[in-house]
Design a protein around this ligand. Structure first.
Ligand code: C5P
Length: 395
């Protein structure tokens, strides 16, 4: 998607860098259009380097490309962040005396505006009226966040977090086919404690699960993420952080009743340490050999599916089968798991050599209960699109 990011002249202009990063990381092209005043706060060089596109807010250069119309017409989405009180006034009046003003008038794409200013300016009747005018015209104007402003003062007027701006904007431009659906996504890898210091873990980075959660959110779903030992700053409808398989089991079973779909992307440890030591195990005391006794963890996905069936819940479930096999062998393992765990779909991938862990790319086969097959490969965002497409069909 081509996103035009308008930046206007406020202190929060530096946060445009985080917005550019989030958009490019999600695979979007970003063309930044700062106002002349924005360039008093942030340099064009920074915006160009991060967006990988030239930044020239002058209306009268490169006139032959008719850039003031071309940008607006080619944009799939326009974001203005931060938007000053002055910019809101000009936009509400349809003033087009710079490239950003022209682009906004020339676009038919959804437009999201994220204001940032002092509380008094935000609450001023002139600003209130301008915001109301814009909203009546179908422009999405975010409420500013409440918090620390430029000086010592605190109140409404802070730029919302870049993650929230990007999520709201992408949801505007997405197909919206999952609007009203509640999707539970587990991601990351569980850690099974040995003692207060050590654990048994796995190499899941959570990237594929995060890409699926973002894709579902972008398509309008209310996404609840249960994250096992993964750091991210995205805003989802709900985030529950867990460490061990036991924590994950509790969180999944508590949320299954209020979900239309369960995407069980987390890599769950099959075994946990039978008796966790309260104190750090010491080599000096244990000698050269340490034997840990492990017991099997419950299969959370199988338990969730049994609950869905027993209680007649309307919840579609997707499992993942990461195998060190390929071809028919991989598909046969995945089919076995689909049946034994009772999922509606299973996503099979070959993780031989561990190359997929933490990587940006992936390659999967999606198997449905009725035998239908789909394949997807490329960036984890592309794979996420294919998985969410398959899920959307079942919803
Ligand atoms: O059997 P395997 O671990 O390959 O199954 C993978 C699928 O089952 C994944 O969707 C994973 O989240 C889920 N799983 C689970 N509980 C376990 C082990 C795996 O829910 N104890």
């Amino acid at each position: 998607m081509l996103v035009v990011l308008g930046v206007t002249g406020g202190i929060a202009a530096y946060k445009a860098t985080a917005i550019i990063r989030l958009l490019t990381a999600a695979g979007h092209q970003v063309k930044v259009v700062p106002t002349q005043n924005a360039l008093r706060f942030i340099g064009a060089t920074t915006l160009e380097a991060l967006s990988h596109h030239a930044v020239d807010p002058d209306l009268y250069t490169d006139v032959e490309s008719v850039k003031h119309v071309e940008l607006g017409q080619s944009a799939d989405l326009v974001i203005v962040a931060p938007a000053t009180a002055s910019f809101l006034a000009r936009m509400a009046s349809g003033v087009a005396d710079d490239l950003l003003g022209n682009t906004i008038l020339a676009t038919r794409a959804p437009v999201l505006v994220a204001p940032a200013m002092h509380t008094e300016m935000w609450q001023n009747p002139a600003t209130r009226a301008n915001v109301e005018t814009l909203r009546k015209r179908g422009i999405t104007v975010l409420e500013p966040a409440v918090g620390r402003l430029t000086g010592e003062d605190v109140g409404p007027g802070r730029l919302p977090e870049p993650e929230d701006i990007v999520a709201a904007a992408l949801a505007l431009a997405g197909p919206g086919d999952l609007r009203g659906k509640r999707i539970l996504v587990t991601l990351g890898g569980t850690q099974e404690p040995i003692d207060p210091v050590r654990y048994i873990g796995n190499r899941s980075s959570g990237k594929q699960g995060l890409a699926i959660a973002r894709e579902a959110r972008q398509r309008g779903a209310e996404v609840h993420v249960i994250a096992a030992n993964v750091d991210f700053t995205d805003a989802f409808a709900k985030v529950t952080r867990v460490a061990s398989a036991a924590d994950l089991e509790k969180a999944v079973l508590a949320s299954i009743h209020s979900s239309d779909a369960l995407v069980m992307c987390a890599a769950v440890a099959d075994y946990r340490v039978d008796s966790i030591s309260d104190v750090k195990l010491k080599r000096g005391h244990l000698g050269e050999r340490l034997q840990l006794s492990l017991v099997a963890n419950p299969d959370i996905l199988a338990l969730a599916n049994a609950t869905i069936r027993r209680e007649n819940l309307r919840c579609v479930s997707i499992g993942f089968a990461a195998e060190t096999s390929s071809g028919d062998q991989l598909l046969s393992y995945a089919k076995g798991k689909l049946e034994s765990k009772g999922c509606d779909l299973i996503v099979a991938n070959d993780v031989s050599g561990g190359a997929v862990f933490g990587a940006e790319a992936n390659s999967v086969t999606i198997l449905a209960k009725d035998g239908a097959l789909a394949t997807a490969s490329g960036g984890k965002a592309q794979v996420a699109t294919a998985v969410v497409d398959a899920l959307a069909k079942l919803l």
